[in-house]
Design a protein around this ligand. Structure first.
Ligand code: GTP
Ligand code: MG
Length: 199
């Protein structure tokens, strides 16, 4: 199955669990803490400058954005977590949406892979570890993207990538170094995505 990755639209920006899509199209979801570079990665993958909004104010939008790629694949941008300044109301909204997607979603079998983003400068945070443990518990396949690698020098890069790769919740899963700025990692990530959607 050939997928035209130029043919992409924002299908829905779901703010309520009932808006979560369940049509019979495979989904690949992106997860990570706020500001880790999720929107930038999606724009870079799709060769767009501003399809996904890149935020200067982290954690602003609490929605699940479904990008329709050529009617054959949904890229699902999950709300970023770990944003300290969230109000109790926003926290409730975040939990309702995330639960709606992962735990009370009768179409969760459409989800083929979670792409978990980790900042290459920091490594997995406590929140990232919670997310990884949650995915493992649910038996959802995941790979890890080490974001913003352009900010590391060669020594840091080697050391940090090794630390990420050998993390107990990551070991054995694919880790892809990524730079939205330079385009590094794009091809590898598409290859992985196509593998999981069997395209
Ligand atoms: P929220 O939507 O707030 O959860 O954030 P996000 O995870 O979508 O992050 P976003 O893509 O908005 O990027 C956050 C900041 O990191 C922005 O200032 C980006 O320009 C920057 N950034 C993202 N990816 C890269 C990268 O690969 N390299 C560098 N140098 N900066 C990046
Ligand atoms: Mg974003």
């Amino acid at each position: 199955m050939a997928i035209n990755i130029q043919n992409v639209t924002l299908k829905i920006s779901a703010g309520e669990p009932r808006q979560i899509l369940g049509d019979p199209i495979p989904q690949i979801a992106f997860s990570g803490r706020s500001n880790v570079g999720k929107s930038s990665l999606i724009n870079s993958l799709l060769g767009r400058k501003s399809l996904a909004r890149v935020s200067s104010a982290p954690g602003k939008t609490i929605t699940i954005n479904f990008y329709d790629v050529d009617k054959k694949l949904y890229l699902v941008d999950l709300p970023g977590y770990g944003f300290a300044k969230r109000s109790p109301e926003d926290m409730r909204k975040f939990s309702a949406l995330t639960d709606g997607y992962f735990t009370s979603n009768k179409n969760i079998d459409r989800l083929k892979l979670v792409i978990q983003l980790v900042d290459s400068r920091i490594g997995p945070t406590k929140d990232d570890e919670m997310m990884l443990a949650f995915l493992k518990e649910l038996n959802i396949p995941y790979c890890v993207i080490a974001t913003k690698v352009d900010k590391l020098n060669a020594t840091e890069r080697k050391k940090n990538l090794e630390a990420i790769r050998s993390h107990p919740l990551i070991e054995g899963n694919e880790v892809i170094p990524f730079s939205a700025l330079k385009g590094e990692g794009k091809e590898d990530l598409w290859k992985t995505i196509f593998h999981y959607v069997k395209a």
